[in-house]
Design a protein around this ligand. Structure first.
Ligand code: NAD
Length: 486
């Protein structure tokens, strides 16, 4: 796979095969490192959306009736194929997103394969409850929801397709997945691999398109669930639309997460956590800890070490495995980040490190650190979704926790300290769906991940995700004579 042969076989993958419909609006795929168009796909027309939903609906019942262990076997075979093809899939992920190959080799197809393997293993473990009422009793069975829709953001196109597809398929559902219009290529490969692994036609369909295609899928009465990864404003729209037909929803949305660094922390680890939580994928990660609160006594040392480490960042060709910092994925997001930096300057923030767009082709913004901040500044309140870290200081734990929680978001949080009691006290005091102690942004498939407050509803990954793709049916078993009033 290279820049010159990134063009997919066709725009959509429906009913087990690639499908094209040139009548759809063309969507260029732009390589972020250079700004050149490397492929073009077409947005789904109504006819394509119809084909996708109809084929999913047709295929789902037989899949749900299959032995769960058989379903799991298909997913585990797909995981093995993804691992075998990791290099090729990682190059495609780099071309789709601009993320450096050094990252995509270990974080994308591998993470997708982990989810397929994990849920493949769990598929045979869809258990219910049983309860006793005197001689009578009741039990629950978990049933698949039917046709589920997955809608992806542009930062992790392979991972998002797998994190949604794997639990949906493991539990007996069919899925129609719409990738982000900015990174449409990788989900097609996921579909191709699932079918190569033996997934029957129609169970994992990919349709391209912008928000309107997502809205059409969300509004369709045959769809039982929508799982969105995207921004909070889109999440509000999708959840509202889904409610009109009472669909289940999982919303993985944005954040403005805090990292607290206490004076007793291992400062090198804290700096590493802050780097991972702000500059990995050029900062385009929902769970990033973009508000780094450092206790006053160590802020100078923290900033010095941070500065030294950022100086070693290697910006360059993302396909060169030495490169460890890539471009922004889209020009539109580059402009958003630059506008945020202008606002930060005008509100009095200090650009301590970086802060400029590089004078070269593609969408490059330097790793940036802001200081001299107050909590009410726009850059401290709003999600920027780029390589911009805000460093703030605090005096004591109570103040730090209160300020960390003073946000509409609640996706993630981190705390660096050597004090065991404080670590757990602060972790549970955070209003956030996922918290890391002395670590940041690791998301193994066996760990529930998701947000609270405006950052979302539901959880992805872990056994919990099986519940989000099924519903309980309760069956009461009468064991004695039925009594009636007359
Ligand atoms: P976005 O909200 O603009 O778009 C997300 C997806 O929703 C796209 O596929 C888009 O086409 C679709 N969409 C837009 N309007 C729609 C509508 N009315 N109905 C249905 N679908 C619609 O987000 P983005 O810019 O692609 O991604 C960045 C955002 O995603 C950030 O806020 C980031 O924090 C968030 N994100 C969250 C997670 C998570 O797991 N919590 C992971 C990655 C990204």
């Amino acid at each position: 796979m290279t820049r010159t042969n990134a063009q997919p076989t066709a725009s959509h993958f429906i009913d087990g095969a690639y499908v094209e419909d040139d009548a759809g609006v063309p969507i260029p795929v732009i390589y972020a490192a250079t700004g050149e168009t490397i492929a073009t796909v077409h947005a789904a027309t109504h006819a394509i959306v119809e084909q996708a939903i109809a084929s999913a609906a047709r295929a789902q019942a037989a899949w749900a009736a299959m032995e769960p262990v058989e379903r799991g076997r298909v997913l585990r075979r797909a995981a093995a194929i993804m691992r075998e093809r990791n290099h090729e899939l990682s190059v495609l992920e780099t071309l789709d997103t601009g993320k450096p190959l050094q990252e995509t080799l270990v974080a994308d197809a591998t993470s997708g394969a982990d989810a397929l393997e994990y849920f493949g293993g769990l598929a045979a473990d869809m258990t219910g409850l049983s309860m006793q009422f005197g001689g009578d009793w009741a039990y629950t069975v978990r049933k698949p929801l039917g046709v589920c829709v997955g809608i992806g953001a542009w930062n992790y196109p392979t991972q998002i397709a797998c994190w949604k597809g794997a639990p949906a398929l493991a539990t007996g559902n069919a899925m129609v997945f719409k990738p982000s219009e900015s990174t449409p290529l990788c989900a097609l490969k996921v579909a191709e691999i699932l079918h190569e692994a033996g997934l029957p036609a129609g169970l994992f369909n990919v349709v391209q398109g912008l928000g309107d295609v997502g809205a059409t899928l969300t509004g369709d009465a045959r769809v039982s669930k929508v799982s969105l990864t995207g921004s909070a404003p889109t999440g509000r729209k999708v959840a509202a639309a889904a409610s009109s037909t009472m669909k289940h929803v999982t919303m993985e949305l944005g954040g403005k997460s805090p990292i607290l660094v206490f004076e007793d922390a291992d400062i090198d680890d804290a700096v590493s956590g802050a780097i991972n939580g702000n500059f990995y994928s050029s900062g385009q990660i929902c769970s990033n800890g973009t508000r780094v609160f450092v206790q006053e006594g160590v802020v100078e040392e923290f900033l010095k070490r941070l500065n030294d480490r950022i100086a070693t960042a290697k910006l360059g060709d993302p396909l060169d495995e030495e490169t460890n910092f890539g471009p922004m994925t889209t020009l539109a997001q580059t402009d958003i980040v630059l506008r945020h930096l202008d606002t930060a300057r005008s509100e009095g923030a200090t650009i301590a490190i970086g802060g400029t767009r590089l004078d070269r082709e593609g969408f490059w913004i330097e790793p940036t650190v802001l200081t001299g901040l107050t909590d009410d500044m726009t850059c401290v309140r709003e999600e920027i979704f780029g390589p911009v870290m805000s460093v703030l200081t605090f005096k004591d734990e109570a103040e730090a926790v209160a300020r960390a929680n003073a946000t509409e978001y609640g996706l993630s949080a981190g705390v660096f300290t050597r004090d065991l009691a404080r670590a757990h006290r602060v972790a549970t005091a955070f209003e956030a769906g996922t918290v890391w102690i002395n670590q940041y942004n690791l998301t193994p498939a066996g760990m529930p991940f998701g947000g609270s407050k405006a950052s979302g509803i539901g959880r992805e990954n872990a056994r919990m995700a099986m519940d989000h793709y099924t519903e309980a049916q309760t069956i009461y078993v009468g064991m004695s004579k039925v009594e009636a009033a007359f």
